[in-house]
Design a protein around this ligand. Structure first.
Ligand SMILES: *Cc1c(COP(=O)(O)O)cnc(C)c1O
Length: 402
């Protein structure tokens, strides 16, 4: 049975929304983007949401807004996709990579040890959709205020380290009863093709800055910044007589087109009611199945009022070496089931090795990675397919580790 890893969920709502954008005579940033921003704002309980063309460009935008400089440090986990680090580098700051905890997420202890007077931001990552311990992280940045040195007006107004959550995986997750989006100063979702909600490529920035910031004003400023720093977007400029504009910031060109936002609008219409519950139910089926096996280390997904968005099912095989894990993946692939590994810790990749990072300094990240296999999890999977996946995984693991 051939099973894809993560095909996009394209239902009739999506097709209708895309056609309506195409038929409207307006395909770049305009009413569909606005609508998608409103849907995400409502769903996450964050009034100010800005859509851009990727998570990566959204993170670069927010770090540029913060005004980071080459000596400034941004703390990120070793266990993440490379974009988390690259965004910091493209914004002109220095990534400081720290180790993680047993649940794949950044270690609060490791953050505490890494904070210096140059730390300007922390970017925790909600791996697989499981939220980081934000109460602890927010408490830590408050406790470290005395170390903070502000260089820009934004930094002076904030007076402490900025927390930007890399919520690429966690749209729909909750932490102590609150939606991701509301948990930190800034939350950025990815709407890339493999994520829980997609626009093919895209990102959504939730703004939650404390007093004295005005998040509605900030939204307007960032929207302008994301469109070359131009005071009028193409949609308003297109109206008769409205031709004059000004350029007020050295902006980026990272706006989201309407025709792509339309895909997201169609998906958001069914995300809370259908897609997210289906992901949770597949996750629970896996959980129940693998709890019968002594070798299975199952991922966290629920604890009190904290719940995962079930973006990935990162199964770990107790005691397996990296080579055994790779062999298990070969056997699973022979049955035409596509699985993956999330993630190769950054210090294993050439770029970061070249910057002097060594995997031996990240024992927890390596331990999580070496025996991890991500299983397919998406709403199109039926019962037969899920049964085939679980049986294939169990058979392959037992062949290798017994
Ligand atoms: C997908 C992903 C990103 C990058 O998202 P883009 O929208 O492709 O820029 C960043 N961080 C993590 C953890 C991701 O999985």
């Amino acid at each position: 049975m051939k099973i894809a890893f993560s095909p996009p969920y394209i239902n009739d709502n999506v097709k209708e929304e895309v056609l309506s954008s195409l038929d409207s005579g307006w395909i770049t940033t305009g009413p569909k983007v606005k609508l998608l921003e409103e849907q995400i704002a409502e769903f996450t309980d964050t009034p100010n949401v800005l859509c851009v063309n990727s998570w990566t460009s959204g993170a670069i935008l927010m770090l540029k807004w913060l005004g980071v400089q080459p000596n400034d440090e941004v703390i990120i986990p070793a266990y993440t996709y490379s974009a988390t680090a690259l965004a910091v580098m493209h914004a002109g700051a220095t990534p400081v990579i720290v180790d993680v905890s047993k649940d794949f997420n950044i270690s609060v202890n490791a953050i505490e040890k890494a904070i210096t007077k140059n730390t300007k931001a922390i970017m925790p990552v909600d791996i697989a959709g499981w939220p980081c311990d934000y109460d602890e992280i927010n408490r830590l940045v408050a406790d470290k205020k005395h170390l903070y040195s502000a260089d820009t007006d934004v930094q002076k107004a904030l007076g402490r380290i900025l927390v930007i959550s890399d919520a690429a995986h966690s749209l729909g997750a909750t932490y102590k009863g609150k939606q991701t989006g509301t948990l930190t100063d800034v939350t950025i979702f990815s709407l890339h093709a493999v994520k829980n909600v997609t626009t093919a490529e895209g990102g959504a920035i939730c703004l939650n800055l404390p007093h004295p910031f005005n998040n509605a004003d900030l939204y307007n400023m960032l929207r302008c910044y994301s469109l070359n720093g131009q005071t009028k977007d193409a949609f308003s400029k297109n109206k008769p007589g409205a031709w004059r504009y000004d350029i007020v910031y050295p902006g980026l060109k990272i706006n989201m087109p309407d025709v792509l936002a339309a895909i997201g609008v169609g998906q958001m219409e069914v995300y809370a009611s259908k897609v997210l519950p289906k992901r949770v139910s597949i996750f629970e089926t896996y959980h129940k199945f693998f709890s019968n096996y002594e070798w299975a280390l199952m991922p966290s997904y629920k604890s009190g009022e904290t719940a995962s968005s079930c973006h990935l099912y990162p199964l770990r095989i107790k005691g397996a070496t990296e080579a055994q894990r790779d062999r298990i993946i070969e056997l699973i692939s022979e049955e035409e089931v596509a699985v993956n590994v999330h993630f190769q810790p950054l210090p294993l990749l050439s770029l970061f090795k070249g910057m002097g990072y060594k995997i031996s300094d990240y024992p927890m990240a390596y331990d999580q990675y070496k025996n991890e296999i991500s299983l397919p999890i998406y709403p199109q999977l039926g019962t037969d397919e899920i049964n085939f996946i679980t049986a294939t995984v169990a058979k392959s693991v037992e062949k290798v580790i017994s």
